[in-house]
Structures are given as structure tokens and as C-alpha cells.
Ligand binder design. Structure first.
Ligand code: ADP
Ligand code: BMX
Length: 294
């Protein structure tokens, strides 16, 4: 892998330069979720330039949201990217980044990255779940990602959860994302203490012994364990790689595994932490653009 990659998530955007399979430079900035798509891409271009990108270099791009077969980009959770609805990606990239390159969903990029270079190597029925701004997912059967024309396939954060009761930014009620995402954890925590208004702060407080957030964090992990059981039932998953800043927060994955004890063995896919950590989306995006997994 040699070239550049961009990962536009709901909270942060990362750009990286790869040389021979390794990241040699990486820059990260906040994503402005309320910005229009042209501004999101203009900011992304300055990040790419900071890692040395020039328009003729190989580039892979992954974004949060769904991308349909006609190349339109849509937020599913409109609270994450409030102005991303039916955005024609080819013309957006041409006018802002001066490039034409394929764009894929961030979770799809991550599952490809983990399958070819990370924790999913050799698993024929592989899932990837990110617990981050949202709850994203993507799935590979015999090495091929599951896709649908509307780009929604794999979006397991919008499945329903018996632990949830509120509406989420997708308009659906009681979704996994509405109870287990970083955004949801932050909202629930702020109802207990207005200063603890993010998942990061809730986890920090919990790790310092503040038990007020224990129930919120544990409920999120339980919802993910049940989700893994549901996905095992429908896809026959044997392994699920966990990513995202919440998913990889100390102790969170262990909690998912503990809650799997409530499921019969067949519905307990092996849970593994991402091996590529925060870089899995970048690896998958570039390898997809180059069409060159090893
Ligand atoms: P993105 O969604 O842009 O890929 P992240 O994976 O960092 O970004 O997810 C962002 C969410 O993760 C936010 O809700 C944030 O509060 C939470 N978060 C960030 N760092 C931590 C941490 N160390 N522990 C727990 N939650 C975290
Ligand atoms: C949401 C959805 C997915 C995305 C997932 C993880 C939007 C804007 N995003 O479920 O497309 O894969 O979040 O993305 O609807 P992240 O923003 O948490 O990294």
C-alpha cells in the first residue's frame, strides 16, 4: 500500500500517507458535522495536503453515512451530518479535491482493512462493528462485503434494541445506535451530570471510580452483545472485530464478552479488538481504491 487515505467520521477526520504498507504520516482534526459537504471536503483537502497529498496521487476515501449505487452520499443519522443528503460524490470530489476516486462507507473500509491486514485475517464469516459517534457495521462472507443498491446493508446500528426506547437521528425508534453509540452515551450521561456531556468524559469518570455512569456504559455493552447474537443468527458470523473509540475504550469489549454469557454458544461469535485500531478505515479505504489487497 502506497498512497493516501481519508477517513471522515462523525467526530473526527483523519488523513494518512502510506509507504509500502505502513502509515508514515497521519493528521487528525474534528469533523464539523453541521457543515455543508463542500466545506467538509475543503477541510479534508487541507488535512490531506498536510500529509503531503497532491491531486495525482493514489487516494482512498471512506465516509460515515451510506453511499448508494449511483454514487450519492446520505447521512442515515441526520444528527451526525446534518447537511449530507443525496450528495453527488463524483462532482463534489472533482470540484473540491480535484480527484476522481471511489468512496466507501467507513465501516466497510474498516472490515476490509481488518480482513486483509488486521484482526479479521482468515475469517470466512467476519463482522466489524464500530462503536463511535454512531454504531456502524459491515460484513464479509467468504471475503466479499455485503452490499445493497441503496448502500444501507450492514448498518446494524439502526437495528432495534430491546434495551432502547428513544428515537434516533435516523427517525427510527429504539435503535442500537440510540442507546450504545458514543453520542447516546454522552446524552444519557449529561442527564445525570450536565458537565459529563460526552462518552469520553463518562468513561473517564467511570475509570476514576464514579459509578453514576456504570449503568449507561454497561447497558451499551449489553446491547452490542445482543446485536452480535442477532447478526450471528442472520449471517452465520464466526468472528466480530470491534472498533471505534468507545468500542476500544478500556474494559468495554470485555463487558460485551461478559454479556455474551446470556446467549447460547451458537449466537456468541468470537469478539476481537481491532488490530489496526484507529487506522483500520484508512487501510481499507486505500486498499479498496488501489484494488490491491495482498
Ligand atoms: P468517529 O466516530 O469520528 O470515527 P471516534 O471513533 O473517536 O470517532 O468516536 C467518537 C466517540 O467516541 C465520541 O462519542 C467520543 O466521546 C468517544 N470517545 C473518544 N475517546 C474516548 C475514550 N477514550 N473512551 C471512551 N469514549 C471515547
Ligand atoms: C452511523 C452511520 C453509518 C456509519 C456509522 C459509524 C451516518 C452519518 N453514519 O451508523 O454510516 O458507518 O455511524 O460511523 O448515518 P462513525 O461516524 O461513528 O464513525
Amino acid at each position: 500500500l502506497t498512497g493516501f487515505a481519508l477517513d471522515l467520521g462523525g467526530t473526527k477526520t483523519a488523513a494518512a500517507r502510506f509507504e509500502q504498507g505502513k502509515i508514515i504520516t497521519r493528521h487528525i482534526m474534528a469533523t464539523e458535522g453541521m457543515s455543508n459537504p463542500a466545506k467538509l471536503m475543503a477541510r479534508s483537502l487541507s488535512l490531506l495536503k498536510a500529509v503531503g497529498f497532491a491531486p495525482r496521487d493514489p487516494l482512498g476515501i471512506a465516509v460515515t453515512g451510506r453511499i448508494d449505487h449511483a454514487g450519492f452520499w446520505h447521512a442515515v443519522n441526520s444528527k451526525t451530518l446534518s447537511r449530507v443528503s443525496a450528495i453527488p460524490l463524483a462532482s463534489l470530489l472533482k470540484s473540491t479535491l480535484l480527484v476522481q476516486t471511489p468512496v466507501i462507507n467507513d465501516a466497510v473500509a474498516a472490515v476490509l482493512g481488518e480482513y486483509h491486514y488486521g484482526a479479521g485475517e482468515g475469517c470466512p464469516a467476519l463482522g466489524f462493528i464500530t462503536i463511535s459517534t454512531g454504531v456502524g457495521g459491515a460484513f464479509l462472507l467468504d471475503g466479499s462485503p455485503i452490499h445493497s443498491q441503496n448502500g444501507l446493508a450492514g448498518h446494524c446500528g439502526f437495528m432495534s434494541s430491546c434495551h432502547a426506547d428513544r428515537e434516533c437521528g435516523s427517525g427510527r425508534r429504539a435503535t442500537v445506535e440510540s442507546i450504545a453509540s458514543g453520542t447516546a452515551i454522552g446524552h444519557y450521561a449529561a442527564e445525570i451530570d450536565a458537565e459529563i456531556n460526552s462518552a469520553q468524559k463518562a468513561f473517564d469518570a467511570r475509570s476514576h471510580g464514579d459509578m453514576r455512569f456504570e449503568g449507561i456504559i454497561d447497558r451499551a455493552a449489553r446491547a452490542i452483545a445482543v446485536l452480535c447474537g442477532d447478526l450471528a443468527a442472520i449471517l452465520g458470523l464466526e468472528c466480530v472485530v470491534i472498533g471505534g473509540s468507545v468500542g476500544l475504550a478500556p474494559g468495554f469489549m470485555e463487558r460485551i464478552i461478559q454479556h455474551q454469557a446470556d446467549e447460547p454458544a451458537l449466537f456468541r461469535p468470537v469478539i476481537k479488538p481491532s488490530r489496526l485500531q484507529q487506522d483500520n478505515v484508512l487501510y481499507g479505504a486505500l486498499s479498496h481504491a488501489l484494488g490491491s489487497p495482498p
